[in-house]
Design a binder for this molecule. Sequence first.
Ligand code: TYD
Ligand code: MG
Length: 454
Amino acid sequence: MANRARSAYSCSECGAQQPKWAGQCTACGAWNSLVETVTTPEPAVKGRFAGFAARHEMQPLAAVAAGELQRLASGVDEFDRVLGGGLVTGSVVLIGGDPGIGKSTLVLQSLAAVSRETQALYVSGEESAQQIALRAKRLALTADDLQLLAENRLEAILETAHAARPAVLVVDSIQTLYTELLQSAPGSVAQVRETAAQLVRFAKQTGTVVLLIGHVTKEGALAGPRVLEHMVDTVLYFEGDASSSFRILRAIKNRFGAVNEIGVFAMTETGLREVDNPSAMFIARASTPVSGSVILATQEGSRPLLVEVQALVDQSQLANPRRLTVGLDQNRLGMLLAVLHRHAGVAMYDQDVFVNVVGGVRVMEPAADLAVTTAVVSSLRDRPIPQGLVVFGEVGLSGEVRPVQRGQDRLREADKLGFKRAIIPVANRPKRDLADMEVVPVSRIDEAIAALEM
Ligand code: TYD
Ligand code: MG
């Protein structure tokens, strides 16, 4: 081949290309900025990639047939929900998560179902075919037609995939692949970027659904370049506390559906079990009311979710008392404590304050403010919040309780689960009275505390 793709080194600061690696870019003088890349000479877009390069005629929007997306059921309802209704043909989905969280289990369960309908190929660079078969057996999956390939070399994978023409291709994981075009080790920025780019191209050309699994580093970023997130159509994160069996699949980016949609699973001995009523699970409470615990109606994507917020306020021995949160924004807690002091006369400058969301859930929306403040006051005064009560609302810096999105959905979810009383922002008050629930609208933080008789 005359026009073989070659590897070169390009500077991530100025973009200059050099044939050899060096510690310093000779063009701009930046240190450690040279990254290996594949350079493809212009006329190389022939043969296999010809269709890709030939798309140069423009067309008016009206002439483009914007038909319904073709979707394929993944076989796991919660997975489908997060994807926006199933796997879109020709799309690339990146599933990120900590090692051991259950990514391989999820895709294996899904592929088993897919392979009963159509061709599916599971490529693993981490496990042998025997290991995968063993896992399938342990999960009691019937997937006799699922094709397995234990391989790390991208060229071999693409060749097999071109021949086998699967409807769904899983690559577990992108960090174990390498292309012959580059010298860098598998898992390096250059390898991850180039192998992913070629798999994206494969998906678009053939209409195959490609699922890429990616490991997450300790800092919480997908190992390899952030550019991976830009290249794919959908980015999902599989999260969960190592100590609990709950797992949440969250959409971070989705070209074919809503983001922040979540799917909830429980990890059991027989694999991932779907949880279709997560609220009931996250609010398994003690039978007698305890101080510092309050139920929050939060919102995850299109789904209302009830979670328990716990606070512990304790006399501090430190000059700078501690303010710690798990599953909530720490800076926001500091702000809420200041609002409580200034606008409700509750002082906690000599107290350690800890706030936690039960079950390893992360709540990042301001609608949690009212729950955090009432839980903290409840713990400080050792006054339990009565059972059957639910709260939500944002608290502003001047002590006002502000409305939140989708207030009615939150109320309905709480109503469905048998809650009898709700303390909510005035502006979220329902137009009609609810049959089984007393709604207490409040406009200021001190009103909310008064309504709780704490
Ligand atoms: P795995 O899917 O291999 O995680 P990942 O691919 O994200 O690294 O899941 C591994 C963990 O899940 C492992 O610690 C054991 C646990 N597990 C179960 O509890 N039950 C099961 O049925 C399976 C298959 C795994
Ligand atoms: Mg795995």
